[in-house]
Design a protein around this ligand. Sequence first.
Ligand SMILES: [Zn+2]
Length: 402
Amino acid sequence: MSDEFLRPCLFCQSKNLTDVSEAGKGLRVRELGRKIDIKLTVCNDCGLLFQNPLVEKELLQRYLEKHYTGFKNIDLAVERPINQVTCSQRDFLLKHIHYKPEDPVRLLEIGCYEGDFLRLFADYRWELRGIEPSESGAAYAEKKYGLKIDRSLMEEVEFKPGEYDVIVLRHVLEHILDPGEQIARLYESISPNGYIYIVVPNAKTPWISITNGFFTLEHITHFTIATLGNLLRKAGFEVIAVDDQPNFVEIHMIGKKVAEKPVFRMSNDRDDILQAIHSYQTERQRLREEVHQRLVGLVAESGKTRVVIYGAGGHTEDLLELFDFSQFHVLGIADKNRSRQGESFYGYEIIPPEQILALAPDYVIISSYDFQEEIYNAISYLQDHGIKVVKLYDRVKAFYYY
Ligand SMILES: [Zn+2]
């Protein structure tokens, strides 16, 4: 490829790249009110998959403002239950590092948000620090858990040599514009025999939705075990632990700052990542066709029939685009989020689920992956009243890992 807009590989600087933008097409950015095609390339020399060229800076900034840094309201009364995924990340870290709860360890989490991970160490003698650009997240972590938070982006922070014994980045590195440089900086700020712990989404197992759900605006780089390993090893770390199994969508990796920098040899898993992207597109296409066929089947079976769609979220937006619902008589979109009930959603009214029975549709079509079973269980009583409840994503669990 010889497009002057393309950047060389973020990691190895190679200009020998393969375009895979097809996989990033059709990302819906709801708050910006439009769809965006994410451009992607894979480096032929090291396998790194990254946005190329990047989406416009202004767009990215507006998006981040909305999602990460812009929230101002915090509600300290809200209790955040301890999330199992966060606990499993803590367990992974503790299993592989040699520090004990009573050791004078200085732990920094970059992008700590509301402090959920850090507070798991509240009983330790460790000194806990966080860096968090979101005001609401930082304020919650400070006021609720008494944590010390630096309200910054990591790029703006000046680190001192050997300042920390453990640095944690969970779902942060994929957002960084210059991950190699940042990891090199962190290497310097970690003490001898200290650790870096990184969690990123696994680019080899992208989750599937009927439009582009994985290659999002804010993810600049999509790592695999090989490409994340390259990054840590080149900075000088020895990779002492790797796992992509705890919940499969993530890679967990721990690097140790050993006395002598290991000799760096670059891995290249280009062929694997190209294969993964190919499967992603094939599965996505199959899912689209399956869902489309199911809706065509409903129309064929019953004609212009009365339906309620359940779920006023992104999946329903995708669904309304995939299929022409004017072939049905849509009575409304059910959603249990009270603050949205009464609103119009693509011309349909959002109604409380309790109203479905009175509307007496022929079908309720569940439009959700994550909560499909939960919704089905909550409304299956409707079937006793002659209302059929339809799941669209019967097969989706086979390749959708949440
Ligand atoms: Zn490269």
